[in-house]
Write a protein that binds this ligand. Sequence first.
Ligand code: ACO
Length: 430
Amino acid sequence: MSDNEDTLTIRDNRTGNEFTLPITDGTINAMEFRQIKEKEDDFGLMVYDPAFKNTASCRSAVTLIDGDKGILRYRGYPIEQLAEHSTFLEVAYLLIHGDLPNQVDHDAWVHDITIHTYVHQFVLRAMDGFKWDAHAMGKMVSLLGSLSTFYPDSKNVRDPALRHEHIVKIIAKMPTMAAWCFRHSQGRPYVYPDNDLDYVGNFLNMLFRMAEPRYEVNPVLRKALDVLFILHADHEQNCSANAARAVGSSEADPYCSLAAATAALYGPLHGGANEAVLRMLREIGDVKNIPAFVDNCKNGEQRLMGFGHRVYKNYDPRARIIKGLAHEVFEITGNNPLLEIALELEKIALNDEYFVKRKLYPNVDFYSGLIYQSMGFPVEMFPVLFAIPRAAGWLAQWSEMLADDAQKIARPRQIYVGAGERSYIPIDKR
Ligand code: ACO
């Protein structure tokens, strides 16, 4: 390809001036547009892109999604291979460090995470401040933010050794806080981490152990949750990763940056969708109600939760794996009656012109909630189960942002559409 072909020539019809802008990696640097001015003292052209529909906000080597082909890779590894062969902690290492660990590095990583699972006892005092029916995600946001006050040195975000120390702490403490959020809402005593158990086994123990001397972790459920953690670990520049990067760009500490990301994940259009799917399936209640429900979605009265994605215009590869996983879990837990409604809903939607035309396919949240429910989780815990593994992705994105010289504090421009200058009028004259 000649140099000429890697450029874009623009003619400004207001002035007749022509500009040749370089194309790099299929993009134009938005700052190039600033040279395009009507008058010398103009600000120059900006690009307008609410919701970042066509704007790359960073260069990233963490995760690749090809939305048209339904491809998802972490650091180059297809999600299907990671789900089949890896473990969540190995995937977390991969996301953070860029490569799969050798045995020595793997063991050191697992050891470091394991010995940091305890959370300061004062965190439980913060927990006591919540009402008994406080949503688990609201509690997670607050507890994560509160950890910032326990680790003031985490503010030294430019220190790579400290950064790594707090990355380990966050990945280690997420399951502990999540399990305690659950125990709090159940009014059950808190169970402390057990270093003899692996990451997921320890989490299940802290969630469900009662009076038995040793909680028996079911290997199929442990494996299923580990795979779900792998599938949720990162998803490039989604709403919550963007929040982690944006807040982190002000050099806020990682606990506050991740509290912001968790808050972003909470919304029903993002990680809260798994909770919304379950509520939707319950509301539909019976296969015979599906056609009327689908009609409501088509005429815009409601959304088919767990369907559609900003990037995937094909079947979400994670949804395919989760659908298979659901059957394995239900063999242990017994069938989930909502599965029949979900399968029928999917069948109808995938054959309906409205959904086909808009390329709306099941996303990661469509089936995950059914598994969580069958494992004994209340719906409020669903987005928390998403946040635990996604912390690894957020931290990988956050570290990459800090190491990227092109990044500065995130600060978009606006098109001001408000009133022109006007004089203040005293209240008695208005
Ligand atoms: N049900 C019905 N119609 C839908 C749905 C849906 N779930 N999703 C999109 N559409 C329609 C829109 O109404 C719009 O139709 P129009 O062109 O006639 O106006 C068209 O499809 C495009 O939708 P947008 O909202 O423009 O797509 P966008 O990329 O902004 O939204 C989103 C993506 C938020 C995921 C959307 O599909 C949605 O709300 N889905 C349901 C919630 C959900 O499952 N979220 C989880 C996403 S995965 C994750 O975050 C982990």
